[in-house]
Every structure is written in structure tokens, then in C-alpha cells.
Design a protein around this ligand. Structure first.
Ligand code: ADP
Length: 361
């Protein structure tokens, strides 16, 4: 214990002694006076000065002793039931202020416990756990964003330096300028995805529900990849049911199809096949995006919806691991379901199931 707090404890103990002394003295004086007066009047007794003086001394000693006893009990009570738990809470709060959210307080044993303190302890522990979770997410997020930013920035920097060299041919200048543009595009894509995800997670995007033809939307999205499948010699198979109307946010669902299609083309090698189907019953529409690409292991499959997770490091430069996190968030907002089946070397199938009409959600 520090000398300052020792001194403080001494004055506190002295203070409580005086309080108890005055209280006990008051009670004993009143009781004794009443007792003696009653005895004198009923028995007609007369006390000598010496007898009164001896009784007064004895009463005084008694008062001092009882006050000391009460003060000691009070000091111990305060120490174990108030100061110790309060000290533990203060120390935990100080650690949290310093950024250590791993701190947890042991609740006081039931026998000594003051329920109020144990309630506070439970709240502080829960607060530390919540803050710890948020802090981990924040740190992971910052680490991931910084890591993902580094690659395109390094690319831009390299091509920028190359562009400064004198005597470049026209072709070289075009190639380096394209490198800079590509790096900038990757960063812009990532920031757009981060902002979208952030808005979706904070519910700043409220679905703008309209009724539209889902088959038409899927075909329009797929056609955007025509140059990709032609360039890569990928075969396309479609089985899209007609006149399937859904009530949903078309822009958000567009994000889903775009991400699933771009992944299917990205992970399918030349000569492979990508198949897209749409079926529906009265209540649900089911979209299947299947490819004959590289597939993935069960461990990768279990993590693909995590933010920034990329299963195949050799293709890391072609994405940022945010696409499927966005897809999952949109499907959750639309109260739909998404599943994946995959086998390494055999291909992958994503199945999305959404309710067709919003009054059924
Ligand atoms: P990105 O494609 O930018 O890496 P995504 O969130 O879209 O990020 O996908 C996360 C991971 O899921 C990918 O890195 C890949 O490992 C895996 N994945 C997604 N779609 C497929 C697919 N069709 N075939 C194989 N693996 C896939």
C-alpha cells in the first residue's frame, strides 16, 4: 500500500472511531442516566461522589472499548465489501482506458458479495468482451485494407517510375500508362466495395423494392461478360425460366449476379463451361451458377464469405476478397439463402434462393 493511502486509511479509521465513540457514549449516557434516576426514585438510594466517579470511569472505559470494536468491524467491512471490489473495478477500467480489453474481473464470492458490485462486475466484463471484439475487427480490417492497398500502390509507383525514363517508345509508354491505370482501377474497385459493404453493414442502404423480371436481369448481367468468355474460350450454358417476376432491390441483386459470374469466369480455365440456371415456384426463385473451374477445398469453402478472404493466393491480384462478403450481406438483407458446393478440380456451384414477393418476407 502507498504511504498516502496508508495515511488516508488511518484518518478514515480514526474518523469512524470518533463517530462510533459519540454514538456509543450518547446511548450509554442516556441509558445509564435513566437507569440511575429510576433506581434512585424507586428505592430512595443516595450515591456518594466516589461511587459516581468509579461508575463514570467504568462507563467511559466501556464506551471507548465498544467504540473501538465497532470501528474495527466497520473498517474490515468497508475494506472487504466496498474498497476491494471498487479497487478491482477501477483497475480493470484503467486497463481498458490503456487499450487492454482482455481484462476480466472475478466476481466476489457469494458469501461476502454485495450484489450491486457483482452486477457492476458482470457489466464491466461484458463491456470488455464487446470492446475487445470490436477492436479485433477494427485491427483486422485496417491490416487487411493496408495490405490490399500496398500491391496496387506498388504497381502504380513502379510504372510511374518507368514512365519517367527518357527515350521510351510509344508502345512502352502505352504499356506503362496502362499499368498505372490498372493499379488505380484496382484501388478504386476495392474502395467501392469497402464503402458498399460498410453501408450495407450499417444498414444505411434500405432495399428499394421494385417488381422486375429476374431472368431478364440475369441475362443482361451475363452478357456483360461476353468478351471474357469469348476471349477465354469458355462455353456458356443457360437455362433461364421466362417471366419470373420478383419484388426485390434490383441494384443489390445485380451485385450478387455480377460477383458470382465474375468469380465463375475468373476461376474457370480456358475451354471450361459456366452454366447459369433460373427456376422458380410460387414462392421462391432459385439461381444456380455452376462452373467447371478449379473448385475449392472444404476449408476454403467454409471461409469464402469472410471479408478479405482469398482462397487462392496465385489469383490474389485479380480481386480483393470482398466480393462474396458483399454477396452474403445482400442475400441476408433480402432474407434469402446462399449455398456452395465445390470439389477441387471439378468445379463449383453457387445456389441462391430468394423469396419472390416481399409481403412473404
Ligand atoms: P476474390 O474473388 O476477390 O478473391 P471473393 O470474395 O469473390 O474474392 O471470393 C473469395 C474466395 O472464394 C476466392 O478467393 C476463391 O478462393 C473462392 N471462390 C469464389 N468463387 C469461386 C469459384 N467459382 N471457384 C473457385 N473458388 C472460388
Amino acid at each position: 500500500m502507498k504511504s498516502g493511502s496508508k495515511k488516508g486509511a488511518f484518518w478514515k479509521a480514526l474518523g469512524s472511531f470518533f463517530i462510533f465513540f459519540w454514538m456509543v457514549a450518547f446511548v450509554i449516557t442516556c441509558s445509564t442516566t435513566l437507569f440511575i434516576t429510576t433506581l434512585q426514585s424507586s428505592l430512595g438510594l443516595e450515591f456518594t461522589k466516589e461511587e459516581l466517579s468509579a461508575a463514570a470511569k467504568l462507563t467511559m472505559t466501556n464506551t471507548v472499548f465498544i467504540s473501538l470494536l465497532f470501528a474495527a468491524i466497520d473498517v474490515l467491512r468497508r475494506k472487504f465489501l466496498v474498497e476491494r471490489p471498487a479497487q478491482k473495478i477501477t483497475e480493470a477500467a484503467e486497463k481498458m482506458i490503456a487499450g487492454d480489453f482482455s481484462v476480466r474481473i472475478q466476481p466476489t464470492a457469494k458469501f461476502f458479495a454485495d450484489d450491486t458490485f457483482n452486477d457492476i462486475v458482470a457489466c464491466v466484463n461484458q463491456m470488455a468482451e464487446e470492446l475487445g471484439g470490436v477492436e479485433t475487427l477494427r485491427n483486422d480490417f485496417i491490416a487487411n485494407v493496408s495490405h490490399e492497398m500496398k500491391t496496387p500502390l506498388a504497381v502504380i509507383q513502379n510504372y510511374g517510375q518507368l514512365l519517367q525514363s527518357p527515350n521510351l517508345s510509344k508502345e512502352q509508354r502505352m504499356e506503362y500508362a496502362e499499368g498505372v491505370t490498372e493499379g488505380a482501377r484496382r484501388m478504386a474497385d476495392m474502395l467501392t466495395n469497402i464503402l458498399r459493404l460498410n453501408r450495407l453493414e450499417n444498414q444505411q442502404i434500405f432495399p428499394k423494392t421494385t417488381e422486375f423480371d429476374l431472368g431478364e436481369q440475369i441475362c443482361a448481367c451475363l452478357l456483360q461478360y461476353e468478351n471474357v468468355w469469348e476471349r477465354e474460350g469458355i462455353e456458356i450454358e443457360t437455362d433461364i425460366a421466362e417471366d419470373i417476376l420478383v419484388q426485390a432491390d434490383a441494384e443489390l441483386l445485380g451485385l450478387v449476379w455480377n460477383n458470382l459470374f465474375s468469380n465463375a469466369f475468373k476461376f474457370t480455365q480456358r475451354g471450361g463451361t459456366v452454366s447459369v440456371s433460373l427456376t422458380a415456384d410460387e414462392h421462391y426463385a432459385v439461381v444456380r451458377v455452376q462452373d467447371t473451374g478449379c473448385g475449392m477445398t472444404a476449408e476454403v469453402g467454409a471461409r469464402i464469405f469472410e471479408k478479405f478472404y482469398q482462397g487462392d493466393p496465385s489469383r490474389a491480384s485479380q480481386g480483393n476478397g470482398l466480393g462474396l462478403a458483399l454477396v452474403k450481406r445482400v442475400i441476408d438483407i433480402c432474407k434469402g439463402e446462399i449455398g456452395v458446393e465445390s470439389a477441387v478440380g471439378a468445379g463449383t456451384t453457387f445456389t441462391v434462393r430468394i423469396r419472390r414477393f416481399c409481403h412473404e418476407i
